[in-house]
Design a binder for this molecule. Structure first.
Ligand code: HPA
Length: 233
């Protein structure tokens, strides 16, 4: 076991889905996987391993924000040798032509987190998704008829931030804001692993538009299928 995950070696698959919310991890395991075994309940940050279309897949809650996801993905890669990591989450749109219920694939993740500066001695590093996973998710999303967008997302340290200049970020092409992907991409690069973030747009930061919980669930399910298809190909 590692500090925050009680699984024994071998109990976690080499490919993993990473929702922020541990109850989403439970939902994904119960709804989409077969032969499920729960491997973690430390801090109620649930983790499960099962199969999807015969392939072994795990799903692990990460919590919210860079420090929390950094803990889980580091332990997953370092202690459990996980190779492919796919975040499945939500984001707030900041472009006028990005709508709630769209699905965004994060090609790169800009950030105001200090993580990259700390790790790379102040370098303005560009955290980037794995192209192979991105391509597979894009193809699966297109085949499923989703409204897909691919591009630069912003990993914010603060959910509540009066000072944030969302319009400025939008002017530089940022599609949407979330709180974890830059850490996932940077750490996956450090460990030479494959990582991708797939996000449903749950709210529009500029227009205030939001999805109903029923709509959120439907889009979320569509996104999970895309993530699983990308994971097993
Ligand atoms: N900000 C940060 N993260 C988010 C948001 C947001 O508005 N919506 C969903 N995740």
């Amino acid at each position: 076991m590692s500090v925050h995950i009680s699984a024994k070696k071998g109990e976690i698959a080499d490919t993993i889905l990473l929702p922020g919310d541990p109850l989403r991890a439970k939902y994904i395991a119960e709804t989409f996987l077969e032969d499920v075994v729960q491997y973690n309940e430390v801090r109620n940050m649930f983790g499960y391993t099962g199969t999807y279309k015969g392939k072994r897949i795990s799903v692990q809650g990460t919590g919210m924000g860079v420090p929390s996801i950094a803990i889980y993905v580091t332990e997953l890669m370092q202690e459990y040798d996980v190779q492919k990591l796919i975040r499945v989450g939500t984001c707030g749109a900041i472009q006028k032509d990005v709508k709630v219920r769209d699905v965004i694939i994060g090609q790169s993740a800009s950030t105001d987190s200090s993580l990259n500066k700390v790790l790379l001695n102040d370098l303005a590093y560009a955290p980037t998704a794995d192209f192979d996973l991105l391509y597979k998710a894009y193809e699966a999303g297109k085949a499923a008829g989703l409204n897909l967008r691919v591009g630069n997302i912003f990993t914010a340290d603060l959910f509540y931030n009066d000072e944030a200049d969302y319009k400025k970020w939008a002017d530089y092409g940022i599609l949407a804001v979330e709180m974890e992907s830059a850490a996932l991409y940077t750490l996956a690069a450090k460990f030479n692993r494959q990582a991708l973030s797939i996000l449903t747009v749950s709210d529009h930061i500029l227009t205030g538009e939001a999805t109903s919980s029923e709509e959120r669930q439907t889009t979320f399910n569509d996104m999970i299928v895309v993530a699983l298809e990308a994971a097993i190909q």
